[in-house]
Design a protein around this ligand. Structure first.
Ligand SMILES: C[S@@+](CC[C@H](N)C(=O)[O-])C[C@H]1O[C@@H](n2cnc3c(N)ncnc32)[C@H](O)[C@@H]1O
Length: 238
């Protein structure tokens, strides 16, 4: 809470400046019509609307213009608390990819590229006549110049990692292995911000990779899930 207050008042100390923002916001995706966009996330993002017992979440209803405006606001705020040359990595799907490349730049990050998360062929039932929607994307940039790293990288631009139900704690949860690869943009011991933590996967990955993370999440149910996962992960690395 103290950290959040420091962010709000712009008094974040030097020691708390972030080495990376790694986040997976609500995509506010789901077809072109208002009713499709306003549908609850489970029916948009889970096959046949089946949440497999995972809680639903809010904040996924914005239209294209308000999504771009809202994301630019929070990513600008996050970037202001980043170190020079810190990384910004934001997940997005194919529908919102063009907007997210605008958002990353409008928030002040220098846009450097797009990584692919290849979920594999089993990710969605194939539709006849369609190319499979088997990938999501990570738009990435840096707060100024790309750092000249000697201790890590180059990082893979394509991550082929299937979703395992036993490792999925959120209806749009990302694989821990994927986040473990992504958090390596921060140095060992470095500080990562995830303002849309969901079930806490970024934090779990940070624990396993020797990084630190600050997580925000608006759903109490998901905060509890994340807290339990973090406790278990911390127990595993001891
Ligand atoms: C796509 S999910 C993140 C899932 C996460 N990557 C995981 O592996 O579990 C986005 C999360 O952002 C949360 N959220 C939406 N609006 C928010 C806000 N304004 N502040 C904080 N969290 C928010 C939602 O409750 C949801 O859990």
């Amino acid at each position: 809470m103290e950290l959040l207050n420091q962010m709000r008042t712009g008094k974040l100390g030097k020691d708390n400046q972030f080495d990376a923002v790694v986040t997976d916001p609500p995509y506010c995706s789901g077809a072109a019509t208002k009713s499709a966009r306003d549908a609850d996330p489970a029916s948009k993002y889970c096959q046949n609307g089946n949440r497999c017992g995972r809680p639903n979440f809010e904040g996924d209803h914005r239209d294209a213009r308000s999504f771009e405006f809202w994301c630019t606001m929070w990513l600008t705020l996050a970037r202001r608390h980043c170190k020079t040359s810190a990384y910004g990595l934001v997940f997005i799907d194919w529908r919102q990819l063009p907007l997210m490349t605008n958002i990353v730049q409008a928030s002040g990050f220098a846009w450097k590229g797009i990584c692919v998360w290849n979920k594999g062929r089993a990710s969605r039932s194939p539709h006849k006549g369609y190319f499979r929607h088997q990938a999501e994307y990570i738009v990435w940039g840096t707060n100024g110049k790309v750092p000249k790293l000697k201790d890590r990288g180059p990082f893979d631009g394509v991550h082929s990692i299937a979703v395992k139900q036993a490792d999925k704690f959120h209806i749009t949860g990302k694989p821990t292995k994927l986040l473990r690869e992504l958090v390596q943009v921060a140095p060992v011991g470095g500080l990562i911000l995830d303002p849309f933590a969901g079930s806490g996967t970024t934090g779990i990955a940070a624990v396993h990779e020797g990084r630190r993370a600050v997580l925000f999440e608006q759903s109490e149910e998901y905060c509890e899930i994340a807290a339990k996962r973090l406790e278990a992960a911390e127990g595993e690395v001891k």
